[in-house]
Design a binder for this molecule. Structure first.
Ligand SMILES: [Zn+2]
Length: 184
């Protein structure tokens, strides 16, 4: 025991005793490396009825528009993560209102928590992971150039509850698992 994780050099894929799935197990000390789903946090951010979208400067889906969102860091709360991502990608100081949706994308082992939020002030600019950041009126949203299915879901679900008082968080639209549309 007492290997530092970086010192486990002899990982092998096998089913550990008492388990029912293959895992990476260190042959020297028995340490099991668990790969578990990643948590993505983000927000539908509005200001004056318009929607903050970021044009991705990085793969995947470089050049497509997305909500400010990204992977939760260790030791970070989901709300702090959503605020941090909005700052990193859009230099935006967002005010979180409540949880809008929890999405499952099992193909890539992701769980996404998307908040409803607004900008305190109309101040934003592209961070290093964005080519551009803009506020879009609903009718101006570039639907054909959105990066991921969950961006569509979140914008449409936001639209359903906008201005209508309390609501319960959404999940995936019926039958949708977030698989990417075929490449054009
Ligand atoms: Zn080891």
């Amino acid at each position: 025991m007492a290997h530092h994780p970086a010192q486990h050099e002899n990982f092998r894929r096998r089913v550990p005793e008492g388990d029912n799935r293959e895992r990476l197990v260190c042959d020297d000390c028995g340490l099991i490396h668990y790969d578990n789903p990643k948590i993505v946090v983000g927000a539908v951010v509005t200001y004056d009825g318009r929607f903050l979208l970021c044009r991705r400067a990085i793969q995947p889906r470089k050049g497509y528009w997305t909500l400010p969102a990204g992977f939760l860091e260790e030791h970070e709360t989901t709300e702090d993560g959503a605020r941090r991502e909005a700052y990193e990608e859009a230099t935006a100081d967002i005010r979180i209102e409540q949880l809008l949706a929890v999405y499952n994308v099992p193909r890539i082992s992701q769980v996404q928590l998307i908040y409803k939020a607004h900008l305190g002030e109309p101040s934003f600019s592209p961070g290093t992971e964005s080519l551009d950041v803009r506020l879009f009126a609903w009718a101006e949203i570039p639907w054909d150039e959105l990066a991921f299915p969950s961006v569509h879901w979140a914008l449409n679900q936001f639209r359903e509850i906008d201005g209508k008082g309390p609501f319960s968080p959404f999940t995936n639209p019926a039958g949708e698992l977030g698989n990417m549309p075929p490449k054009a």
